[in-house]
Design a protein around this ligand. Sequence first.
Ligand code: FMN
Length: 429
Amino acid sequence: MTLPNNSADGSSTSPSAKPKLLGRALFEKIGKPTKIVAPMVDQSELAWRILSRRYGATLAYTPMFHAKNFATSEKYRRDMWCDQDGCSRTDRPLVVQFCANDPDYLLEAAKLVQDKCDAVDLNLGCPQGIAKKGRYGSFLMEDWDLIHKLIRTLHENLDVPVTAKIRVFPEREKTLDYAKMVLDAGAQFLTVHGRLREQKGQQTGLADWDIIQYLRQNLPSDTVFFANGNILYPEDISRCMNKIHCDGVMSAEGNLYNPGVFNTEDAVDKDKTFPRVDKLLREYFEIVKSCEGSQASRIAMKSHFFKILRPFLPHHTDIRTNLASMNAKTSFDDWDEKVVKKVEQVVLEIFQQEDIDAKDVITTGETELWGGAYRQVPYWRCQPYFRPVNGVTGDKRVVESLKRSNDPDTADSQQDKKCKVDDVVASTS
Ligand SMILES: Cc1cc2nc3c(=O)[nH]c(=O)nc-3n(C[C@H](O)[C@H](O)[C@H](O)COP(=O)(O)O)c2cc1C
């Protein structure tokens, strides 16, 4: 694999003026981040990234921006991006993600953010209908020439490095060839979401860590490699890193329902790993208020409130009704009075109960087929939301392979036992 004009110090020169860092040197410069907030449309915006960093995230991706719209529409840009995004004090390290199918628009859009981020990522994973219609995200998986051109254009012309996030094919070898092509084009970090394009919505199921591990083992060892999928609890991060030997772990839904999922340094402190909903809500609300210019933060707020409060709202339907009536134009005072303060009052009363110590307990269930264990968490604490699937609806092969590795007579199982031992000595910091 050759990258143009690479030098021995981990930088490359391109037609653009400044030398830029290549994968491993870039990874080191931004502090070797291991806990990564995934790109999430309407959900990984500025305020959420600031909150997630306070709870242990060490790198964050923006939501996917549509490159052509970003390059050509001032209104779209204003809705998605503001002066506070990518601020060196509060919002770094940051990767800005685009979807695109035209190298020129992609480059034009990326140049508009290159001074406010550490890298620009190409989304090759979006499986939604809108991506099919617009021909981007995972619907480029059949057009490797175009993908190569998109990445190479940024690699050769942008001041900051380019990175990519991919899904997997059903075939391992094909996925490996695909990943090699993406790296050859110039991607400096590779994130692998271990699900097929078809695994979405009700068909999401389990991500396949085995194929991610296979890619890690068969790509050049200096590739900066992030794994994505199946992270529900802080301990899943070390399980993932031990199995895959990846550089970092990315989480989307786990982080959305409980930003404490990244708080691996304080794993025994339940206020850090499963924060009280009243405290987290207040903290997040104050951050949104401080992100004055961020339209995106204001618009995403209602959806974040629903996710933070997901276990709590069924017990307090009056607050759910209030929350449902809110919108991005509702004044902050109203949000405070009708939702935030009401949640604070309810949880305060819960914690005034004499037997609260006995009630405020988190228990851990049996180890499941997927290798982790579900927790019982009181409804006044943030917690992951997972669909009760066994993976069969998503990708039958993942379940079959997990069953094989749990069978004591198979070689896979021996390897798996070794991983479990490794877990005990894991460090994810
Ligand atoms: C609300 C939401 C929005 C998402 N938006 C994006 C996106 O903009 N770009 C992208 O590459 N993936 C997007 N994804 C996919 C996630 O980044 C991630 O790959 C996927 O959810 C698997 O990770 P998880 O198992 O931790 O949820 C989104 C996922 C969610 C839940």
